[in-house]
Design a protein around this ligand. Structure first.
Ligand SMILES: Cc1cc2nc3c(=O)[nH]c(=O)nc-3n(C[C@H](O)[C@H](O)[C@H](O)COP(=O)(O)OP(=O)(O)OC[C@H]3O[C@@H](n4cnc5c(N)ncnc54)[C@H](O)[C@@H]3O)c2cc1C
Length: 427
């Protein structure tokens, strides 16, 4: 029997700086890539786990990966049942499975399917090398330690290999209809990720002053969707920024991209070390808050009918494009929990379904943070009116809301006070 390395692709849909692929290519002559569509299935709180926006991005990324792997004579098989695929492969070859470890509970349970075979796994989701820290503490302590670390160099390129033929499904990319000219749209794939990096590098010195805007493709890096699918590694981004700084200069702004990438690392590692806690109602703090179970409030929220323009506009953008800026994500999450008092996990599941750049750690970590069950230090709320005044809310609302809709008379400051006392027991 021939020896064969089987590289499992999940959220590492790239060739450059891909640790599992690199390890497999180093050790074996014969290499096959495997991706199972079953990871896109299932529901969370009645929402499709992966709605059309992310499905499109992932499938485009798979097409691109399949094409690029062929340049190294490596086949990528797309299957819908990893158990069956591995069983069949193991009956014809001496297989060793190579995979990237992930941090979500479901993602880790899925790994048990490959651990039955001879396997090699690595953790390469983060920019920094993981170190142990108290996952209940805030970001600042983590950051200070993380900033002392030298970032690893990129891996050497892989070389041409041999592969075997294995059954593969045809990839059908869903068509997403975009109706609003302000929509932010991503095309999947490593080639696109590298293009976006190249396009953004000249703007690194503007990042800090634009990153908080509610709309505009150019206002932040738009790396998140490519990081979530693993079309690019955080280290690739880091080193390209360093090169750009050498060509130009270092600035507080270019540093801030690295700072934000550390937030991403932070949530990944909090999830890694806290087990399933970021998916639980009372999060990592474990305090028993009295979240409301109010179907009407929830329906109004999901239907962009809260009567608060900035919130409804944001929900419309999210539901029709799969995108929301960081500012709007914070405002919406805060409103869901701190004004409506609803169970944050439902809001997080709603985002999980729709966000084109969803990853478990960043989504649940940020939701928990906004919901006072995560790594936040004090009880904070995003005041919708103030946020709208500070960040061109009216302009944003005009882009996404039908202008003749009637405003409801909502006193959301009073709502927030009630929730603070009755849900969070804060005085
Ligand atoms: C409620 C909520 C849910 C979120 N869900 C996700 C998610 O599922 N996936 C996701 O990638 N990000 C999530 N974020 C974080 C953040 O909103 C996005 O990473 C960012 O808006 C993506 O745009 P960008 O790539 O242009 O970011 P930039 O502002 O250009 O930042 C550069 C990179 O830093 C990282 N980053 C920036 N802000 C954060 C943050 N607050 N937390 C973690 N990483 C960060 C991202 O990888 C991002 O690509 C969420 C934030 C909130 C408040």
């Amino acid at each position: 029997m021939e020896n064969l390395a089987v590289v499992i692709f999940r959220n590492n849909l790239r060739i450059e700086d891909n640790q599992s692929l690199y390890n497999a290519c180093k050790k074996y002559d014969y290499v096959l890539g495997l991706y199972s569509l079953e990871i896109l299935e299932n529901e969370v709180f009645g929402f499709k786990k992966c709605d059309i926006f992310r499905e499109k991005l992932i499938k485009e990324s798979l097409q691109n990966l399949q094409k690029n792997l062929l340049k190294y004579d490596i086949n990528l098989s797309i299957v819908n049942n990893i158990d069956n695929a591995l069983k069949k492969l193991a009956s014809s070859y001496n297989i060793e499975v190579f995979f990237d470890e992930e941090v979500g509970t479901e993602e880790q349970n899925f790994e048990n399917k490959f651990k039955k075979y001879k396997h090699q796994s690595t953790f390469s989701q983060t920019l920094i090398e993981p170190f142990l820290f108290d996952y209940k503490k805030s970001f600042t302590g983590f950051r200070k330690k993380a900033e002392k670390q030298d970032i690893k160099e990129l891996l050497p390129s892989i070389t041409k290999k041999k592969s075997v033929y294995f059954e593969s499904l045809e990839i059908k990319v869903p068509i997403v209809e975009i109706k609003n000219k302000h929509s932010i749209v991503f095309k999947g794939g490593e080639d696109e990720a590298l293009k976006q990096l190249e396009n953004y590098l000249p703007k690194i010195h503007e990042y800090k002053s634009t990153r908080n805007e509610m709309s505009g493709f150019e206002n932040s890096t738009k790396f998140s969707a490519y990081l979530a699918t693993g079309c690019i590694s955080p280290r690739k981004i880091y080193w390209e920024i360093k090169k750009q700084e050498e060509k130009t200069f270092e600035s507080d702004s270019s540093y801030w991209i690295y700072f934000e990438l550390l937030w991403r690392d932070f949530f990944h590692l909090v999830m890694k070390y806290s087990g399933n806690k970021l998916f639980l109602k009372y999060g990592i703090k474990g305090e028993k808050f009295n979240f409301r179970n109010d179907k009407k409030l929830l329906e109004e929220f999901l239907n962009a009918n809260t009567g608060v323009d900035l919130i409804d506009a944001s929900i419309i953008e999210l539901k029709t494009t799969g995108w929301l800026s960081n500012r709007n994500r914070q405002i919406v999450a805060s409103y869901f929990v701190k004004n409506l008092g609803l169970d944050w996990r439902i809001g997080a599941a709603f985002f999980e379904s729709l966000l084109v750049d969803y990853n478990p750690a960043s989504n649940y970590g940020n939701w928990a943070y906004q919901s006072h069950v995560g790594n936040d230090k004090t009880y904070r709320i995003f005041d919708v009116k103030r946020q709208s005044d500070m960040y061109n809310g009216t302009d944003y609302i005009n882009k996404w809301l039908n202008k003749d809709r009637k405003n409801k008379n909502i006193n959301y400051r009073k709502m927030a006070e009630e929730v603070k006392v009755n849900v969070f027991f804060e005085s």
